[in-house]
Design a binder for this molecule. Structure first.
Ligand SMILES: C[C@H](N)C(=O)N[C@@H](Cc1c[nH]cn1)C(=O)O
Ligand SMILES: [Zn+2]
Ligand SMILES: [Zn+2]
Length: 477
């Protein structure tokens, strides 16, 4: 099925106005909307207002929905950024597509190993470097560039659009689930399809459609041994050190030889791996060597494509992220930290449930701590949880996306799952009863959450075309 001449005009406009579209990304990247750090909360609020102004300038009607405060473990509070709801078009003869995206980003400091300032968009060799360039400000702006291109060409957008843009996704989408539920019979009532662009291609050149996400459950393990940090020459040998207890506990989370999760019962709800899944994974265009090189490692846990992809997407994994309170700077400080907080999370797959997994983790760590007979204060806290999601790939939403990709890239997309989490995806599906599609535009090597995050100029500009073509096919299928 071919595109109309009008959609081709929109494509030409996007090609000819690349610099304007890149400037939009430059402005957005410059807003330090780091949702996990309280000190940037004003910036997460500012970014939502920034996108409201852009949407309104394109003719959308917008409203901000307040979500109240975030409560922190230390008893403090901070206001949550509002959620931006937008609407463009209300023609009852057209279908309505709801686009979700997030405007917050992961933390980033130049000292983490960035080659450039993370909150300054810098182009080098066709790559646009900057925090949020691919996750998720770039893809959200590709939707906006698409609208701008239709408007400037005076071509009607073939569907009605609704937007749900939030500023807390990287911090677990606090409060958003309740809001989505409350919008069921109002804002979301007439939505026919939902589309999210917040995942990545499997490789560097072949586009994908994503139909599955892992969930996530995040834990803090606190151990406290003293009322202040201690000199290890003066107190070492006399105290039960908090760090020693914590390192022991963290070492008990996975099996030391193969890295499997060692918490009893955690694997019970994982669906069996079928031959059909194996065949699907075998068919995908994925280069193990390219993946290994991108990571910068000589050896992965598995040497073959099927196992690598299965363990990225459809089996759970446990990652230890850091230790708050531990000495980490250069030099050889001889300190015994007073209190340390180990941070780890487990990515979840169907049919695991975050609350059930949390209960198992908390019991296990309490049992292991009891074995130490330590006098230290000990606490395990479940911080946030999100459920895994699987979509149905054989409906108009997915067919429109497949045709859009075929028309923009001249190739069929790979059908992939994603190992990351977008907490609100399943909530959208359950509340609306409508199809949710993940339509990534970024490449596998974009480095979301990592140093030197980027989006390729070509992916950013072509993303706008994919979205235009997708809406066209939604309107005619
Ligand atoms: C896939 C998406 N772009 C993403 O990066 N999601 C985050 C969301 C998150 C943060 N904490 C828990 N979930 C992710 O998968 O880490
Ligand atoms: Zn992210
Ligand atoms: Zn994201």
């Amino acid at each position: 099925m071919e595109l109309s001449e009008q959609i081709r005009q929109v494509f030409s406009y996007a090609d000819q106005h690349q610099e304007e579209h890149i400037n939009r990304l430059r402005e957005a990247v410059a807003i330090r909307s780091v949702s996990q750090q309280k000190e940037f909360r004003n910036e997460t609020i500012r970014v939502v207002n920034h996108f409201k102004t852009i949407l309104e300038s394109l003719g959308a009607t917008c409203q901000l929905r307040e979500l109240g405060n975030e409560d922190f473990p230390d008893g403090t509070k901070a206001p949550l950024p509002p959620v931006l709801l937008g609407q463009l078009g209300s023609d009852t003869n057209k279908r309505t597509v709801c686009v979700y995206g997030h405007l917050d980003v992961q933390p980033a400091l130049k000292e983490d190993g960035w080659n450039t300032e993370p909150f300054e968009l810098i182009e080098k060799d066709g790559k646009l470097f900057g925090r949020g360039s691919t996750d998720d400000k770039g893809p959200v702006l590709a939707w906006i560039n698409m609208i701008d291109s239709f408007k400037k060409c005076s071509i009607p957008i073939p569907v009605n659009l609704k937007f749900v843009f939030e500023g807390m996704e990287e911090a677990g989408s606090i409060g958003l689930h309740q809001l989505i539920k409350s919008l069921k019979s109002t804002f979301l009532k007439d939505v026919d399809y939902i589309c999210i662009s917040d995942s990545y291609w499997l490789g560097l050149s072949r586009p994908c459609i994503t139909y599955g996400l892992r969930g996530n459950v995040y834990f803090y393990v606190e151990v406290e041994c003293a009322k202040k940090d201690l000199h290890s020459g003066v107190y070492g040998g006399a105290v039960h050190e908090a760090m020693t207890d914590l390192v022991y506990l963290l070492s008990k989370l996975t099996d030391e030889k193969n890295g499997r999760i060692a918490i009893p019962g955690v694997m019970d709800q994982v669906r069996p791996f079928t031959n059909e899944e194996r065949t699907l994974l075998e068919s995908l265009d994925f280069d193990e060597c390219e993946y290994r090189e991108e990571i910068g490692t000589d050896k992965l846990r598995f040497g073959d494509k099927v196992n690598i992809l299965a363990h990225r997407w459809r089996f759970p994994c446990l990652s230890i992220h850091g230790i708050e309170g531990a000495f980490f700077g250069p030099g050889s400080k001889t300190v015994i930290p007073q209190k340390v907080i180990g941070k780890f999370s487990i990515r979840l797959v169907p049919d695991q449930d975050p609350d059930d997994i949390a209960a198992k983790v908390i019991k296990y760590l309490n049992d292991e701590f009891a074995k130490l007979h330590s006098p230290n204060k000990f606490k395990v806290i479940k911080m946030k949880g999100s459920r895994p999601w699987l979509g149905d790939t054989n409906d108009t939403n997915y067919n429109a996306a497949k045709l859009a990709i075929k028309n923009v890239y001249g190739t069929e997309p790979d059908m992939t799952r994603e190992g990351g989490s977008i907490p609100v995806t399943l909530t959208f599906q359950e509340v609306t009863g409508k199809s949710v599609l993940l339509l990534p535009i970024g490449s596998a090597d974009d480095g979301a959450h990592s140093q030197n995050e980027k989006i390729n100029r070509k992916n950013y500009i072509d993303g706008c075309k994919v979205f235009a073509a997708y809406l066209y096919f939604i309107s005619i299928l």
